[in-house]
Design a protein around this ligand. Structure first.
Ligand code: APR
Length: 252
């Protein structure tokens, strides 16, 4: 699905909420990168339909069979090589430059918010650009030329993993606390392209609402938040909806 299905009144209310003097914080998920050509996880044909997460994306699966788990990570890294930010990423960067958006908290590991010009980005689930050794914590850049060798090895002899949060791992302390503080302080909290099923990220919209924020949701289909937490639901693709929202905030 693409395009916009939201009604104009919801768009006006969202633009008004974004002008809150307490600022806006945005939580993004895989849906925002779909229009850059990266499939999401849980939609039909999503990544988890080919690579079941319990077999490929848990810390236990990594320790049990690193070469197998790296099949997915190499494929994902390969698919990220030539992707570009789409109008939704650019719109969020515009809103930050306008002083409307304070920060983007992303569950995505594709670095597209940075490439799109956003500055204050919390990479809640880490980044695919880096490797880390779980044994000695050495980090280095991921090199796709190592793919034929299987799981990359650390100088200490252990297997390296991408510096991302696998199922069964905890969110790094700094990202966790920074995101919580942002959610508690903002006047508007905008959720874009996430099914909001994976915790603790999925808890942030509720935390923001309990702290007095207006929750805006932009998604192609309703989620568990839509009827319970969301105040303003903008149904449609992020690539169509967010640029329209920028124009509306600018007064167009
Ligand atoms: N615009 C807006 N929303 C979209 C678009 C689009 N073009 N395309 C899809 N969506 C919506 C889907 O309807 C769905 O609600 O984006 C959401 C994507 O949800 P998921 O595939 O579950 O991805 P995400 O929420 O980011 O997953 C969270 O779970 O798989 C783990 O660690 C992984 O970070 C990921 C986390």
């Amino acid at each position: 699905m693409s395009g916009a299905q939201y009604d104009q009144e919801s768009m006006d209310r969202a633009a008004e909420a974004l002008r809150s003097p307490r600022g806006t914080v945005v939580l993004t998920g895989a849906g925002i990168s779909v229009e850059s050509g990266i499939p999401d996880f849980r939609s039909p044909g999503g990544i988890w339909s080919k690579y079941p997460p319990e077999e490929y994306a848990t810390i236990d699966a990594f320790y049990a069979n690193p070469d197998r788990v790296w099949e997915l990570w190499y494929e994902l890294a390969d698919s990220l090589r030539n992707v570009k930010p789409n109008p939704a990423h650019l719109a969020l960067a515009d809103l930050e430059e306008m002083g409307v958006v304070q920060a983007v908290i992303t569950q995505n590991i594709d670095a597209l918010h940075f490439h799109g010009g956003s500055v204050n980005v919390v990479e809640y689930h880490g980044s695919m650009d880096w490797l880390v050794c779980p044994a000695c914590h050495r980090r280095r850049k991921l090199g796709l030329d190592q793919r034929a060798l299987g799981a990359p090895r650390c100088e200490c002899g252990g297997y390296m993993k991408p510096d991302i949060v696998l199922f069964g791992e905890v969110i790094p302390h700094q990202a966790l606390h920074h995101a919580d503080a942002l959610a508690r302080r903002c006047g508007a909290f905008m959720v874009v392209g996430t099914s909001a099923l994976v915790y603790p990220a999925a808890h942030l919209p509720r935390l923001a609402k309990e702290s007095g924020a207006v929750v805006i949701e932009c998604n192609t289909a309703p989620t568990g938040l839509t009827e319970t937490v969301t105040d303003i639901y903008l149904e449609g693709s992020a690539g169509a909806t967010l640029p329209a929202l920028v124009r509306r905030v600018r007064g167009g």
